[in-house]
Design a protein around this ligand. Structure first.
Ligand code: BG6
Length: 483
């Protein structure tokens, strides 16, 4: 791996503390950082190198499972980290930053490879990328890369505007947009599961799939994010990004090659195959919900409108379910049912693929008692099961049996570890490409407008349930139920 400088904007913030520093430390322990590297942490506060290092040590103590492992190597890791105070709006600050970066580069013989990680509020992204460009920070002789976190805009127009600004300072190939769901090992594994297993090569296709169900349910409520979440809702917070990314990964067809551009091309096609919704059909396809009071694991919780910082008349969606059709040009549509919400019964992210049964007639009278073949992929629990049918010789009845696999979660690297390692190596396969992001916003935009215009009813669901009953009816009309 190329020696590099990791420039972290927002080094004193929450994400840096919880995720970014622990991730860098784990990569360091695993020998996945280059032999020469320098980390420059930036923030508004007047900290010193030592203050930042102490802060990182405390963060690791809290957020790294490997804190006590090889403690002796921690000092070597911390030695590579420096702090520079920075006012992101002040051009002079960037000139000073450039000198600091160059100083470390000279000390450690690091070529001018610079990775800029923007862990900052979305409204600062434009200012920072413009100043990176103006100050010449990105004009080194090596490569430059930019990592940004969602949200990538709040609707189609704002996303396009943001992208225009980003691409005036960075090429698309230099931009790594994190969608942490693409860092989940089972989401990354969808491609291998489909294309490396002959059993699925012949069955995971529109001819053989009856429907796909994707659920991401959470037990947490709005937490302390009222000001963001009450404007975003489940549709911007989860649906436009994580849910549609999982749909693309599940639905994509075999890429020409296993590289970022071929995989992204296949993902883009899926967004193009996704049937756009017409306003008059929304009620048949979209259900929006908001949690009311209820119980989570036996503990009473308040409804969304009683949460601190939320207005008593808020119309915000904390749940969304959708019935979508991917129209493969050569083989027709496959229905996808998607739902995500807060304060639901359990924390679970699952993709369930239900296969068609072509031998109904052969098993007349018997097959009706059998369940469909299901491939159930547990994203967060990192496992899956395959449900088949067998005859119980004693009862002569067909009964479902299940083969399951569970990964050893302790051994699987976390989402940020997988993603940051890829970004350091320059592999953008599991980052969201602008075309995917734009097509997702395009698809979602009419729904955002319908929500704003109150064209769709807001269904209330008790906390601790699986969402409004209206979401069940989305599938019932096609003869299915949620698995
Ligand atoms: C984030 C959303 O992107 O994903 C949160 O902003 C949500 O609202 C979180 O809770 C869910 O992620 P995970 O990995 O816990 O399923």
């Amino acid at each position: 791996m190329d020696p590099l400088t990791f420039v972290l904007f927002g080094a004193t913030g929450d994400l840096a503390k919880r995720k970014i520093f622990p991730t860098l430390y784990h990569l360091f322990l695993d020998g996945k950082l280059p032999a020469s590297f320098s980390v420059i942490g930036l923030g508004r506060r007047e900290w010193t190198d030592n203050v930042l290092r102490t802060h990182i040590k405390e963060s690791l103590n809290h957020f790294s499972k490997r804190f006590s492992e090889e403690c002796s190597r921690m000092d070597t890791f911390l030695d590579a980290i420096h702090y520079v105070p920075l006012d992101v709006t002040d051009q002079e600050s960037y000139n000073h930053l450039l000198k600091q970066i160059q100083k470390r580069e000279a000390e450690h013989s690091i070529p001018e490879n610079r990775l800029f990680y923007l862990s900052v509020a979305p409204d600062l992204i434009d200012t920072i990328t413009t100043n990176i460009q103006k100050s010449g920070l990105g004009d080194g002789k090596g490569w430059k890369r930019l990592i940004i976190e969602k949200p990538f805009g709040s609707d189609l127009t704002s996303a396009q505007l943001l992208n225009k600004k980003l691409t005036s300072a960075f090429e698309e190939s230099e931009i790594y947009r994190i969608d942490h769901y693409l860092g989940k090992s089972m989401v990354q594994n969808l491609e291998v599961l489909k294309f490396a297993n002959p059993i699925f090569q012949s069955s995971w296709n529109p001819e053989n799939i009856s429907n796909v169900q994707i659920t991401a349910s959470e037990t947490v409520g709005v937490e302390d994010r009222a000001s963001y979440y009450d404007r975003a809702g489940a549709i911007r917070d989860m649906f436009q990004n994580h849910m549609l990314q999982m749909l693309m990964m599940t639905a994509m067809q075999v890429p020409e090659q296993l590289n970022a551009s071929s995989i992204r091309q296949e993902k883009r096609k899926i967004m193009e195959f996704l049937q756009p919704l017409k306003k008059e059909d929304f009620n048949e396809h979209i259900v929006r919900g908001q949690y009311g009071p209820g119980k989570i694991n036996g503990t009473p919780v308040v409804g969304y409108r009683e949460e601190p910082g939320i207005e008593a008349v808020s119309q915000n969606d904390t749940f969304i379910a959708a019935r979508l059709f991917v129209h493969y040009p050569d083989s027709g549509p496959v229905p996808f049912y998607i739902r995500t919400g807060k304060r639901m019964k359990e924390k679970s992210t699952r993709i369930v693929i239900e296969f068609k049964n072509r031998n109904k007639d052969l098993y007349k009278g018997k097959i009706d008692q059998a369940e469909p073949n299901l491939l159930d992929i547990e994203i967060n629990k990192e496992g899956m099961s395959l449900q088949l049918n067998l005859k119980n010789p004693a009862t002569k009845q067909i009964e479902p049996i299940s083969f399951s696999f569970a990964a050893n979660a302790k051994e699987t690297p976390g989402e940020y570890e997988l993603l940051l390692y890829d970004a350091l190596r320059g592999d953008s396969t599991f980052f969201a490409h602008w075309e995917e992001v734009e097509l997702s916003w395009q698809w979602v935009q009419p729904i955002l407008e319908a929500f704003d215009e109150d064209l769709l009813p807001l269904h209330f669901y008790p906390s601790g349930s699986m969402g409004p009953e209206a979401a069940d009816r989305l599938l019932e009309k096609d003869g299915f139920t949620w698995w």
